[in-house]
Structure formats: C-alpha cells, structure tokens
Design a protein around this ligand. Structure first.
Ligand code: 26V
Length: 821
C-alpha cells in the first residue's frame, strides 16, 4: 500500500488549470471575466470531484459483494466544517491548485472562504464524528457514517448590544458541491399507529400497523482518506412526504392539505437541535432519532441481502454499529423488531445478534444531559418499539439482574430501563448499555467514572463490557491544512508522512532547545498571530497587538466549562492594573469563542457579562493596552482553523470530573499552545504525554471535588475570605460595566455566591496563581519556545487514527480493505 508516503498529486498545474476552466465553461456556463468567486469555487470543486468520484467508485467496487465486516457509525451530528481545502490536502493537490489559481489571476485562499461550513453538529461530539470518518477512510476501513441531512445546521450567532442572537444557518441554500443524491437507495420509515396480534397456524405474531410513513432520501458526502486511496461515504438522510400528492385528497378539493402533509414530513430533517435542556422530551427530536436509525438499518439490511441473500445468519458477523451517544439507541429495538417480527428469528437468536452488532460510546456524565424519554411518547410514536423495550427490560431484570442479585428490588429499580415515577421514563443510557457488547468512555478518567459513578452495577455484572478509547483529532485538518507555516517548518526536519504517522513529530524533541529551531518555530507563531490580528479587526473592530499573549478559550458555553472563572480572573487583572498602573503584566489578549444553547439562560448571561466587561476594558486608556478581551461571534470549525495556529495559551478549566475528554485541548496543544488546565478529561493524558513541565495544571482534582461536596460546599465562604474575589464579584452588581444600568450582570454574581454548582469560587485562587506562572513562563522566551515545541512533538497519541485503530481492533474487530487503484 502507499500509506507510508505523502499523497502524490495526479495532475500538473497546467492540467488542473485546464480542468477548472473546462468546468467553469461547460459545467457552470460562465467564463473567466464574468465568473463570481462562487462560480470559481464550484468549478474547482468540480475539478476535485473528478478524483473524488473516481475514489468513490473504486472503493465501492472493492467492497462490493465482499464478505468483509464493515462498521456503521450512527451519529445525529457530523460537524464537518468546510471540505475543499481538506479534500485538496488529502488528494495531494493543494499546492497544485494554489499555483493554478494564481496563474488564473485568482486567490485560492479567498475562494476557499466562499464555502459555508457544514455545521451539522453542536460541538465536541459532532466534531469527533467528523475526525473519525476522516480516519476511517485514511485507514482504509470499510465504514459508513450515517446521520441526518439537516436543512439548517447549528444556528449562526450574532451579538446585539452584547447579547447572543440566533439566526438560521443556511449552509446549502443554493446546493452543495460535495453531495450526491442517491434516490435509488431511498427508504420508507414508519411512524405512529398500533400493534396487532395476528394468529396463523396456531402461532401468534406481532404486526405494527403504522398510520404515517416518511420517505428517507440519502445524500452521500464523499470522505477522502489521506492519500486518496479510499473514499468512504457519509450518508445523510433527508425526510420527504411519502407521497407528495395524495390523489384522493387532491380530487376532493384537498389540494392544500396534500401540501400540508409534505411540509410536516419535511420538518423532520429541517433543523439540528441545540444541546438544550428545554428541548428534552420533544416529539420531533424523538422522530429524528428514529427516522435516521431506521433508515440506516434498512440500508444496511438492503446491502447485506443484495450481497448474501435472505439468510441473515451472518448479519452480526459482517456488520458493526457504533452508537455515538444514546441518540441512536432506538436502533436497538428497531433491529430486534426487524429480526423478530419481519425475519422470523426467535427472541433469543435476535438478541444475540443485536448485542453482537451494537457498541455504545458515552460522551458525558452530566445528569441533565442523560437522555430519558417519556414512556407515553415512545408508546405513541413507536408502539411496537415500546413493547420490545419492555421485553428487553423484563428479560434483563429477570435473567441477568435476578441471577446476580437474587431478590434485590433496589438494584432492579436502579438498573431498570424504565424509570418509575409520576411519569414513567425510558432511560436511553441503560437501554444502550444493555443492548451493546461494549461501552466506552472517551478519555481514561472519564471511562473510569463511567464504571464507578454511572454504571457501577452493570460493570459488576459484565466486567469486560466497559472500556476506554481516548478521543483524537485528525492532524490533516488540525495541523497540515490549518497551519501551513508550521507544517512546512516541520517538514524540513521530519518525514513528509507525519500527518499519517504523527509519532514522527517526536523527532522535534531533539530540537526543543536548539536556538535556531526555537527562533523559526516562534516566528511561525508570530506570523500566524499577525494574520489573526486582522481577523479580529475585521470581525470585531478591536485592535490587538501580536506581541501580546493570545489566551484562548473556545468551546460551547456551559457552566461546567467555567468561562466565568476566566472572566473573574480577567476582572481581577483589570482591577490590579487600575490599582497599580505599573502592575507587572505581560500584555495579554483574552479570546473567547462560544455559542450558548438558545434556552440556557445563565450561559447567555455569561456571554453578555464577558461582552460588557470586554467593552469597558478595551476602551480604558488607563491600562495602556496591557489587557484586551475579544469575544468572537459565531465560533465554528472554519474560525477555529484560523485561531488555533495563532494561540499561545489554551484554557481547559472545567471542574474536575465534568469534561469527558475535550478535543480542542488536543488541537491547541498540537499547534503549540500551552495548556492551563485542570486534571480533567484528556488534559490528564496531554500532561502525561507532553510532560508536566510543559503544561500548567491547577485546581481541585476529582477526589477534592468529592470531598468538598461531602463536607458541604459554601461558595459564600470564598467570597467573604478573598478580598480580590469579593471586589470583582461586587463589581458585577454596580453599573461600572453597564453604565446607567446597574445590576444587569447581577445574575452571574448571585448564581456564583448562592449555588456555584461547578465550584468556580473554590478554584479561583489556584487559577489566579497558575496564570502568574503562565505570565512568568512567557517572559522566558527560551523556556516558552521549548515547552511549545515539546507539545507539538509529543501529541501522537491524540491522532484520531490511533483512536480509530483502537475501535477497529478492540471493539469492531474489522480490518483494512484498501481500494484498488
Ligand atoms: C448535552 C446537554 C444536553 C442537555 C443540557 C445540557 C447538555 C450539556 C452537554 C451535553 C453534551 C452532549 C455530549 C457531548 O457533546 N459531549 C462531548 O463529547 C466530546 C467528544 O467525546 C468530548 O470531548 C467532550 O468532553 C464532551 O463534552
């Protein structure tokens, strides 16, 4: 195989030029002098797609009819971002295309900016799925991603007077260059209705009589592996009305009713739900989950039968399905329904096959994020599935729990898939764990907590079921494509195939103290920062200096991630500068990027508070530009790609035990930012790999948090005993940051003093001390450069290829099948 080499371009510059012009003329129907940036973008996409589609065909042909086991990655979110530069990089065509466009008098980098992000995900979980399908293609694994073809991705964020406003995301208003509609593979999905018991030849059988059906239309996004050998598919389902014109309704004057039906059907794939407590229990969300799970399983079945006929005995042997969180958990009873009701398997055999098929990844321990559906709702939308869930549950409790803990009703109540209470609820985590052969967490500490705190009894029942796969990121997007300066510097010192074999960067460790290399490395950082100064100016009008420390916190806004801890410290620095204008602080720019769920009140208040504090600080001439605060609107993948290479400090300050893994921490560290972080999620493993001298760890650990909680946490004690903390919290009450309108920021203060569920005040002092260490370290240019280089050189573990290799070997048991040339 050619996996060991960097991708070889299959075109010369003149050939690429010719191809783009051909498509501009005969695909787009325009010409050089007339073409808009968008038309150029589409012409380049068409030129790239000649290779992409060829890869799709070769990969399909290689797999067709083969008896090789494949994995199906079921995820309600794929946060893909832009695809053009990534596809060019993975095909080895980036430099060629760049030169070709320059010859044509165009700027490739400007044209790349025309592409909207595919923001079909909320945050970490969705971006992880996107990195994983890149790695599955790169490793030549037979793999398909399944999800929803949302018309609108995550909302576009604007600020109005410092407050978040949500606007619709229109990523494919005029179509997308990267999708192929496959009407020949459409499926029908049933909903609602009732269950009938049919008696035949002394046997009874359950038949679901649905009262509604939806059509599921697949859109395939080609996923180009690094080197372009295999091109896999991300299959996204769009919902349509089953029959657009109901002729009977139409003839009797119900023309508009027929349209109304199609509008209703199309709402199913209309919009991605934000992670939002207020959305819990929404019928449309449950239908989304079932819609894509059912369409995907039907698709897998169709492919199996066309290759192997109607004998399903090898189904589980040939198909693995990974549940990306509990969102597709309804796939478990769906597969049971097909095997038992439609294919005539005994319950026992169907259950053996189902459990051999599914594995489940847990991404959070936060109780409010664990999915529970009202039993009544599932009964209404999916009556047969509710019966199957009851059956799964009663067999699990009687055969497995009773055998282990005879007569113990308390343990049964705790483990039951059905939660009893005034309204019965279905616990999707329990269903997923019971119906899967393997359950994994996403970082070492998180996987331990899954066993210890979330599923201790299930872990006692099945000690080998629970495992860890530490998350990763694709170095193609998160280094090679987004940081071309660092990539070319690296290539002078290590093998060109480092984006595939990231451990090759460990060769840089020998250069960590080399003065010339340090100088080159820091010059790259400086140039990236100078580029980003312009981005900040364009997006916010704020002027910052590239000589300041760029201190970055980019992630969804959530109390457990503690953006407000960062804010309190910024206020403390500001106060120190006001008290003593000579306070010795290396100039610092604090940069935030974060969307809050639309219904998450306090998160939105924190955004508002950061924006108001920023406004005041950025306009205060007294502090001599030593401090700037920038909140970038509409944080998304394409903005991350510009910011991460320009970052000096990576803020990873969640309360210990709450951040399952984090993946931004890996991207920032790989690009040479120094982590200031708690002993949480993957921070722990990053410190282990990069060396504890090269990260700044602070604050309570999981045990400390537990101890403080047991003792009784009193945030007001910290408020009273720390004068600086008291002063900055009191500041929020007045009108200092909101002139003429006192109290606008009081809710943040009140929450911290009265509840502070994530112990911000308890960690404030330790955080403030850790920030002093950052300041001191930065002034020692050599020590800083050394630490940054050690981070870049040591992060091979967090290559998503390694994560996927772990899944392939330990969970899916699948092997590479390289596509033939
Ligand atoms: C969901 C919800 C839903 C309702 C209310 C609040 C809330 C808060 C958080 C979530 C998280 C959804 C799952 C998720 O995105 N987890 C993230 O997964 C990443 C990939 O494994 C991991 O790196 C992050 O640490 C983890 O937060």
């Amino acid at each position: 195989t050619n996996l060991s080499a960097a991708p070889q371009p299959q075109l010369t510059v003149p050939q690429f030029k010719e191809s783009v012009l051909k498509h501009l003329h005969s695909t787009l129907g325009t010409y050089e002098e007339k073409a808009s940036q968008q038309a150029w973008n589409q012409a380049i996409a068409a030129a790239i797609n000649e290779f992409v589609y060829d890869g799709v065909s070769r990969t399909r042909k290689t797999h067709a009819g083969k008896g090789t086991r494949a994995v199906h990655y079921l995820s309600l979110e794929f946060l893909m971002g832009r695809l053009m530069s990534n596809n060019l990089q993975n095909l080895g065509l980036y430099e060629i295309a760049d030169a070709a466009m320059t010859d044509l008098g165009q700027s490739l980098s400007d044209i790349l900016e025309e592409e909207p992000d595919m923001a079909l995900g909320n945050g970490g979980l969705g971006r992880l799925a996107a990195c994983f399908i890149d790695s599955m293609a790169t490793l030549s694994l037979p793999a398909i991603g399944y999800g929803i073809h949302y018309e609108h991705g995550l909302f576009r964020q604007e600020f109005y007077k410092g407050r978040q406003v949500e606007r619709p995301d229109e990523w494919r208003e005029f179509g997308s260059s990267w999708e192929i509609c496959r009407p020949e593979s459409q499926q029908t999905v049933k909903l609602y209705g009732y269950v009938e018991t049919v008696y035949e030849q002394g046997q009874s059988r359950k038949v679901w009589r649905p009262s509604r059906t939806l059509r599921a239309i697949p859109w395939d996004i080609p996923i180009v592996g690094y080197g372009g050998q295999n091109v896999n598919i991300l299959r996204l389902w769009e919902s349509r009305a089953d029959k657009f014109f109901d002729w009977d309704v139409f003839n009797s004057g119900g023309y508009l009713d027929a349209y109304a039906e199609s509008v209703q059907a199309e709402t199913v794939s209309k919009v991605l739900y934000p992670n939002d407590e207020t959305e819990a229990g929404k019928e449309l969300r449950l239908i989304q989950q079932y819609f894509f799970s059912a369409a995907s399983i039907a698709d897998v079945m169709r492919r199996y039968k066309s290759a192997h006929g109607n004998d399903l005995s090898k189904f589980a042997e040939l198909n693995a399905m990974q549940l990306n969180d509990t969102h597709p958990a309804i796939a478990i009873p769906e597969l049971m329904r097909i095997l038992v009701d439609e294919e005539g398997f005994t319950w026992h055999d169907a259950w053996t096959m189902t459990r051999a098929t599914f594995a489940y990844t847990n991404h959070t321990l936060l109780p409010e994020a664990l999915e529970r559906w009202p039993l009544k709702l599932i009964e209404k939308v999916l009556p047969r599935h509710m019966e199957i869930i009851f059956e799964i549950n009663s067999r699990f409790l009687q055969d497995e729990v009773e055998a282990k803990w005879p007569g113990d009703d308390a343990v049964k109540r705790k483990l039951s898939i059905i939660e009893e209470g005034s309204a019965q609820m279905v616990r999707m985590g329990n269903l997923s764990a019971v119906g899967s052969h393997t359950v994994n967490g996403v970082a070492q500490i998180h996987s331990e907590l899954v066993k210890k705190d979330l599923f201790p009894e299930l872990n006692a029942l099945w000690p080998t079921k629970f495992t860890n796969v530490t998350n990763g990121i694709t170095p193609r997007r998160w280094m090679k494509a987004c940081n071309p300066r660092l990539s070319s510097l690296i290539e002078k010192h290590v093998d060109a195939d480092w984006p595939r074999y990231l451990e090759k960067l460990s060769g840089l460790k020998a250069l960590a103290d080399d003065a010339a290399f340090q100088k080159d490395y820091m010059a790259v950082k400086q140039a990236n920062k100078e580029d980003f100064v312009k981005v900040i100016r364009e997006l916010t009008g704020i002027e910052v200096s590239a000589d300041a420390i760029f201190d970055v916190q980019i992630k969804r806004l959530h109390e457990y991630k503690r953006q407000h801890l960062n804010l309190l410290h910024i206020m403390a620095l500001y106060r120190r500068l006001l008290i003593d204008p000579n306070y010795d602080l290396h100039p610092r720019v604090f940069i935030f990027g974060a969307k809050a769920a639309p219904g998450y009140r306090l998160a939105k208040e924190i955004i508002f508070a950061i924006n108001k504090v920023a406004e005041k600080i950025n306009n205060d001439v007294r502090i001599n530009n030593k401090l700037k605060v920038v909140f970038l609107p509409n944080y998304r993948v394409s903005l991350a790609e510009k910011l991460i290479p320009a970052s000096d400090v990576s803020e990873q300050i969640s309360l210990a035990g709450k951040e399952a893994s984090g993946t931004g921490n890996m991207k920032l560290a790989l690009n040479g930012a120094i982590t200031i972080g708690t002993m949480d999620g993957a921070n722990i493993e990053i410190a282990e790999e990069a060396g504890t001298d090269n990260v700044v760890i602070f604050g309570m650990e999981v045990d400390d948090v537990e101890a403080l909680l047991a003792k009784g946490y009193q945030p007001a004690d910290y408020y009273r005993s720390n004068d600086e903390l008291k002063a900055v919290l009191d500041w929020l009450d007045g009108d200092f940051f909101t002139p003429g309108e006192p109290g606008l920021l009081s809710e943040v203060k009140r929450n911290l003093i009265e509840s502070d569920s994530f112990m911000v005040l308890a960690d404030f002092e330790a955080y403030s001390e850790a920030q002093k260490k950052i300041d001191t370290l930065y002034r020692d240019k050599k020590a800083w450069a050394r630490a940054a280089i050690m981070n870049t050189a040591s992060l091979a573990k967090f290559n998503s290829d390694r994560s996927i290799q772990d899944y392939a070997e330990n969970i899916w048991h699948i092997k590479a099948v390289p596509a033939k040339s």
